[in-house]
Design a protein around this ligand. Structure first.
Ligand code: FAD
Length: 380
């Protein structure tokens, strides 16, 4: 049984085109999803949520992305933090339990990690984390692409504490949406995923109090459960979003070729062998993605230890899902003809939205590096 009802999904779908056209944030979607309990869907029942598993969430996020890609992508960031807090809690560590309680109470979590030109991603930051003398930290720096910008109430972020220059420490914490320490730029105008409103966020003393500092880690790759929680939840749910976009494009293309007629043959294009081949090709590729996402989510839910293979395999799932989605949407556009080139066409929006998948971590270079290192060892 699905968590999000068809009514909610249809309502969300009905607004997606207008949000995109007017470049506006999905405020109404957010309220409807909140009312449906979606912000707490992934929160364990003991913390007041609905206790859906990661495997369940992959299905929900695919369905939501099929209705409204940008809404699903942005809400994904909230679910990622909930997933991280769940993973940390399962190790017997209660340091992130407040995320679960807050999410159940309706707080909206954003993901403030990306920085301009910083391809260290989770392992290094240009943001400064300055100790406040009471166990907390004030953050100073600029985060880019912060989805949910108009609405988030808690931002999970990190910066470097250089108090001891010989021993820098990455500090992870959660800050409030407080104008005294956070400024959000009105700079979101992109090709696709427009309703996500992933604006630039300047932190100028944004304070995470001691109880919301969740990690202090040496810079560089880390086996810490929180880092693994971010990586694993992010890659699997992100793959789900773009798979949902691809499935929707395929569905729209199927409906289009069943209507679109050929003057040459006098029949609809669904009878054209070349069109049938292209759509079948897209479906075959997409069909291979579902079991990978499901199995990874199931193993993560069950705490299966894939050892050193987790990182390359998770990044490959994200990479294959986003590359396949791009290919599927491309084929959907090709078989649908010129109507899909108009801005009013859903396929034209999906074509723009799906491109964003390329830019999220793990990018192409990163996934290939991970696999090359697995196969050949590090470069000398
Ligand atoms: C739709 C969407 C939503 C996203 N949501 C989130 C989110 O919620 N949270 C999050 O943390 N990340 C988010 N991301 C960010 C994403 O994960 C990547 O970090 C982002 O796409 C940048 O990746 P990049 O390395 O390709 O870009 P970069 O090459 O780093 O470029 C990003 C920007 O930085 C500028 N830049 C690059 N190098 C420098 C430099 N040396 N000095 C100054 N400026 C420079 C570029 O001109 C560009 O404007 C989102 C991305 C997209 C596309």
């Amino acid at each position: 049984m699905s968590f999000l009802s068809n009514d909610v999904l249809e309502s969300v779908r009905g607004r997606a085109g207008e949000y995109d056209r007017t470049n506006t944030f999905f405020h109404e979607d957010l309220e409807e999803l909140r009312a449906a309990g979606y912000l707490a869907a992934f929160v364990p029942q003991e913390f007041g949520g609905s206790g859906l598993s990661l495997e369940d969430m992959t299905q929900e996020q695919m369905r939501l992305a099929g209705a409204a890609p940008a809404t699903a992508l942005a809400i994904n960031m909230h679910h990622v933090w909930v997933g991280v807090a769940r993973a940390v809690h399962r190790t017997g560590d209660s340091s992130m339990d407040f995320v679960l309680r807050d999410a159940a109470r309706g707080e909206l979590f954003a993901f403030g990690v990306s920085e301009a030109g910083n391809d260290l991603v989770l392992f290094g930051s240009d943001t400064r984390a300055t100790p406040d003398g009471h166990g907390g930290c004030a953050f100073f720096g600029t985060k880019i692409f912060t989805s949910l910008s108009p609405a988030w109430t808690r931002l999970g972020t990190f910066g470097v504490d250089n108090t001891d220059p010989q021993n820098p420490i990455n500090v992870w914490g959660f800050v409030d949406r407080d104008p005294a320490g956070v400024t959000i730029a009105d700079d979101w105008d992109t090709l696709g995923m427009r309703a996500s409103f992933s604006c630039t966020t300047t932190l100028h003393g944004a304070l995470a109090p001691a109880e919301r500092i969740v990690r202090r880690l040496p810079p560089g790759p880390s086996a810490d459960p929180m880092i693994f929680g971010i990586f694993s939840t992010f890659e699997v749910l992100l793959a789900s979003v773009y798979t949902g976009v691809a499935q929707r494009a395929l569905d729209v293309a199927v409906a289009t070729v069943q209507r679109r007629t050929s003057k040459a043959t006098g029949t609809t294009y669904d009878q054209d062998p070349a069109i049938r081949w292209k759509l079948a090709d897209a479906a075959i590729a997409l069909d291979a993605i579902y079991p990978q996402i499901t199995l990874a989510a199931r193993d993560l839910d069950a705490g299966v230890d894939r050892g050193a293979m987790w990182f390359p395999q998770l990044s490959a799932i994200k990479s294959r899902a986003t590359e396949t989605a791009l290919d599927v949407v491309n084929k959907a556009v090709r078989v649908s003809g010129g109507s899909s080139y108009f801005n009013r066409s859903e396929l034209s929006r999906l074509y723009r939205d799906v491109l964003a998948g390329l830019f999220h971590p793990s990018d192409d270079e990163s996934v290939h590096n991970a696999w090359a290192t697995t196969l050949l060892g590090p470069t000398t």
